[in-house]
Design a binder for this molecule. Structure first.
Ligand SMILES: Cc1cc2nc3c(=O)[nH]c(=O)nc-3n(C[C@H](O)[C@H](O)[C@H](O)COP(=O)(O)O)c2cc1C
Length: 411
């Protein structure tokens, strides 16, 4: 079960409430990740919400643990089909048989590409700040585009793009303030339908938003029935949300050369105010006279991220879900940051508003013959090809209890 509870941010605004139930059957995870093909995939079985007995938590947990433990960064992919070219005497020759041929992208397995697409759909369930979903993804799967993308991938990353069936290029939206209207429409489209009209043909609802809506009620109802619904928001609340997104995302709809200094100015001003708010708060606790002078609670202010950071932290959560979804379908993935972003931007025609935090090559792992040594990465580390997964720091070094540096031993 994946559910996003109703949350409140530090400014007291409600986030959308959603509940979505799926069960990840342990049979879909496979014990043999990397040797499954997309043809054998099974989609997760939706859980019937009305019957709680169908929700088997142990299955969910086992399935999820298994998927997480089987994901690894695949260092070499199996090429699905070699491209051919015509030789001088008119016969077709596979590029793989020609030792002098420059490396070429393989022809992709369309069933893998379709599975990857399904995984991208699942990755949309990733949480994002204010549900703003400030990212886009390009799924590069044609031989020609894999070839062009690989030109701007560094070292062996280029081979991964060429050999794998597809590469998901994750784009973080640094100017999501430009999407204010789109976001408002999205919320309106997913709101509960407005109340029925009374006998005078006018709406009983006095909220300005619904009275000013140009969409017909029937369209709204049709959409509401097919998607998640939410409590209607007034136009004032919608505007407040847009402003908050702008503030948190630092993605002001300004030209880039203005956006960076402007957002820096706003963040600096907010952190100065925040400093004074903290000082006042602690002085109020020490000196009673101040509590009398400032009886109301002091509003703490959020620490704002740069547009780049905010966009990337949201995008990376979607990328992670994508990789886990791929693992659950027996597909291998390799997340990569070793790219020339400007070159990738050029060949994939990506607008400047988006940065490229990560690309994820996706496909079937290389099937090595018995005599071949196992695959390692550029620094010689094994990543799961031979069943050896990469190590991690000890839990105690990473997870603390209650305060930084305090050992958390809950075993
Ligand atoms: C942000 C990020 C960037 C990465 N960039 C590359 C890369 O450019 N090339 C590569 O081969 N692996 C890359 N990796 C994969 C890591 O090397 C790998 O995840 C790490 O060594 C842990 O291994 P594991 O994923 O197999 O557990 C990247 C991973 C992340 C999260």
């Amino acid at each position: 079960m994946v559910s996003a509870c109703k949350m409140h941010n530090s400014m007291g605004t409600s986030y959308p409430h959603k509940t979505h139930h799926v069960v990840l059957s342990s049979s879909t995870t496979g014990n043999d990740v990397g040797h499954h093909t997309a043809d054998t995939e099974k989609e997760p079985t939706p859980v019937n919400n009305s019957n709680p007995s169908t929700l088997n938590n142990n299955n969910l947990m086992d399935g999820f643990d298994s998927v997480v433990n089987k994901r690894y960064a695949c260092t070499r992919f199996q090429r699905y089909q070699e491209p051919t070219h015509n030789t001088e005497n008119g016969t077709e020759e596979s590029a793989a048989t020609n030792a002098n041929a420059v490396p070429q992208a393989a022809i992709s397995d369309q069933s893998v590409v379709k599975s990857a697409y399904k995984c991208l759909e699942l990755s949309q369930r990733a949480p994002t700040g204010f549900n703003a979903q400030p990212y886009r993804v390009i799924l590069v799967h044609s031989k020609e585009d894999k070839e062009r993308l690989s030109q701007y991938c560094l070292g062996r990353n280029a081979d991964r793009v060429r050999d794998s069936d597809c590469t998901a290029v994750f784009l973080a939206d640094r100017e999501c303030g430009r999407d204010g209207k789109r976001y408002t429409n999205f919320l309106v489209d997913n709101m509960d339908p407005p109340p029925r009209q009374n006998e005078h043909g006018t709406s009983d609802d006095t909220r300005p938003l619904f009275n000013s809506m140009t969409r017909s009620a029937s369209t709204t109802i049709a959409k509401a029935n097919t998607s998640r619904t939410r409590r209607p928001l007034s136009s004032k609340a919608l505007l407040k949300l847009r402003m908050l997104i702008m503030l948190f995302s630092s993605g002001y709809p300004l030209p880039r050369f203005l956006n960076v200094p402007f957002s820096w100015g706003v963040r600096t001003a907010v952190s100065i105010l925040s400093f004074f708010a903290r000082c006042l708060q602690s002085m109020k606790q020490r000196f009673r006279i101040l509590s009398k002078l400032f009886p109301s609670d002091i509003q703490m202010l959020p620490t704002l991220s740069s547009a780049e950071t905010w966009a990337q932290k949201n995008t990376m959560l979607a990328a992670m879900i994508y990789m886990l979804a791929c693992t659950s379908r027996g597909l291998a993935t390799c997340p990569m940051e070793g790219i020339d972003a400007a070159g990738v931007r050029k060949v994939l025609v990506i607008p400047r508003r988006y940065s490229i935090p990560l690309i994820v090559s996706t496909g079937t792992p290389y099937r090595r013959s018995v005599n071949e040594i196992s695959e390692t990465d550029d620094v010689g580390m094994s990543h799961g090809d031979d069943g050896n997964f990469s190590p991690r720091y000890s839990l105690q070094e990473v997870v603390f209890g209650n305060n930084f540096g305090v050992t958390c031993d809950l075993t």
